[in-house]
Design a protein around this ligand. Structure first.
Ligand code: F0G
Length: 451
């Protein structure tokens, strides 16, 4: 570990420890809160350790045309801002990151906006944003000589962890809630050779159990309580800033589950700002599903200063989390950037997902909360027509094909959920039609569809 360059700072009590002294559950021994990676010298201007903004921007751009393995990773391309390894030769990479930023032209028009984009993190090697965090934290596990890594997951973390562990030659243990994850994700954990345990509990129960297990066995915990995960997950902020030529968009909208990703992106933009690479931070808003909305409730009740867990229910299984570990970090990002925290219904999620699909940008339901949230923010006058907004799409549409098929077959939403939205839903549904294998039958279907 490169402890000369980084240390861990407790988010709750400010205690600083070296990376090597972190407990297996990554909780502070003094107050029980989570740690953040901190780099000495960055916050003090004129320090010799402080990276030079112009030189960094040039170097990172040059690396885009490099054939070196590390340069081809959209995470390690920015390695000057995540010096967490003793040797970058230990980095385990699947060429993650460098994901596309797509303009959403039709959706922008429908919302009366000029500048709307989707940063599609589902275009990562295992189909979700988790790859950016996994390349960072799993590389630390490898450098530290661990043989086993583990995570509790709603599916995507386990898929990413299993793949990166397999690449590194490590063994991986996955704890997932039985029956409550999408099949695409479960199949990935199996494909990449993880020991997969489906537990008769929810995500929060899986994480609680794993926290106990890592105290008793030499297993490296790769959930997002591990602060090195966030170092990788902050890099899409660098990609977004770079894509806008180091001006930042006005507003970034992110889904909220365990709330690490919003925390990581906030950290990324904060560091760019502190280092003088960008002039300001974007507003960062977090959207939760109505049935899994503990942070929304916390903002409504006490401005995000205390959070009560909820029993989580949503078809967007990736964010079916009632007791998010990183809620304090996410609350600070929302407060510091002037963002909002709101929730959206199951119907709003399903419609938003189909609208994104109709623009050729499939995503999983948890990602679609961002568009559903933006629609609400626009309706409430909280986003102006001229603002530049980026929606963070977190997972690929093929992760949860059942959800999409159920929507188009008309079996996803209950009658009372669809009530009042029938016309909108009917306009979006494209069910597959079964017919005789004759030109006449296909031509008749075509005529019906055009007419
Ligand atoms: N979107 C997707 C597709 C996810 O898989 C997750 C989290 C989130 C959003 C929420 O991100 O937790 O950082 O707020 N999935 C985790 C998992 C919990 O186990 O794959 P978050």
């Amino acid at each position: 570990m490169n402890d000369n360059l980084h240390q861990l700072r407790c988010f709750g009590c400010g205690e600083r420890i070296s990376g090597a002294d972190a407990r297996p559950d990554f909780r502070c021994a003094r107050c029980g809160d989570l740690f953040e990676v901190e780099y000495a010298g960055w916050s003090q201007r004129q320090s010799f350790d402080r990276p030079n903004p112009g030189a960094l921007k040039w170097l990172w751009r040059e690396r885009r045309s490099s054939s070196e393995t590390l340069d081809q990773s959209g995470v390690w391309r920015f390695r000057e801002l995540l010096p967490i390894l003793d040797s970058f030769g230990n980095a385990v990479t699947l060429r993650e990151g460098n994901t596309p930023l797509y303009p959403l032209i039709r959706t922008a028009k429908a919302l009366g906006m000029d500048q709307l984009f989707a940063k599609h993190q589902g275009m990562n090697p295992t189909g979700s944003f988790k790859d950016t965090g996994m390349t960072a934290a799993l590389s630390v596990a490898k450098e530290r000589g661990f043989e086993w890594v583990a995570c509790a997951s709603t599916g995507n973390t386990s898929a990413a962890m299993a793949a990166y562990a397999a690449r590194a030659g490590l063994r991986s243990l996955v704890l997932i809630p039985e029956g409550k994850i999408a099949w695409g994700k479960l199949s990935q954990a199996m494909d990449y050779g993880a020991l997969t345990c489906q537990l008769k509990t929810d995500f929060d129960g899986c994480l609680r159990l794993l926290t106990q297990i890592v105290q008793e066995a030499p297993i490296y915990l790769l959930n997002s309580v591990n602060p090195y995960r966030l170092e990788g997950q902050k890099t899409p902020a660098f990609e977004i800033a770079e894509a806008f030529d180091w001006t930042v968009p006005d507003h970034l909208i992110v889904p909220g589950g365990n709330l690490a990703n919003s925390s990581a992106l906030g950290k990324g933009f904060r560091e760019l700002h502190e280092l003088g690479l960008v002039a300001r931070m974007p507003r960062i808003s977090v959207i939760q599903a109505e049935g899994a909305n503990p942070l929304v409730r916390s903002f409504a009740k006490n401005q995000g200063t205390a959070m009560e867990p909820v029993e989580a229910h949503t078809r967007a299984t990736a964010i079916r989390i009632g007791n998010p570990a990183s809620w304090r970090k996410a609350a600070r990002v929302i407060q510091d950037t002037g963002g909002w925290c709101l929730d959206v219904t199951e119907t709003e999620i399903a419609i938003a997902k189909a609208e994104l699909g109709a623009e050729g940008l499939g995503c999983e339901p948890a990602s679609a909360v961002t568009l559903a949230g933006l629609k609400k923010l626009r309706a409430d006058g909280k986003v102006a027509a001229g603002e530049t907004v980026v929606l963070l799409l977190t997972g690929h549409t093929l992760k949860d094909a059942d959800y999409t098929i159920d929507f188009h077959r008309g079996t996803l939403l209950k009658e009372q959920e669809a009530a009042g939205h029938e016309a909108e839903i009917d306009a979006l549904r494209r069910n597959a039609v079964v017919m005789e294998a004759t030109p006449a039958a296909v031509l008749a279907a075509l005529k019906g569809s055009v007419g």
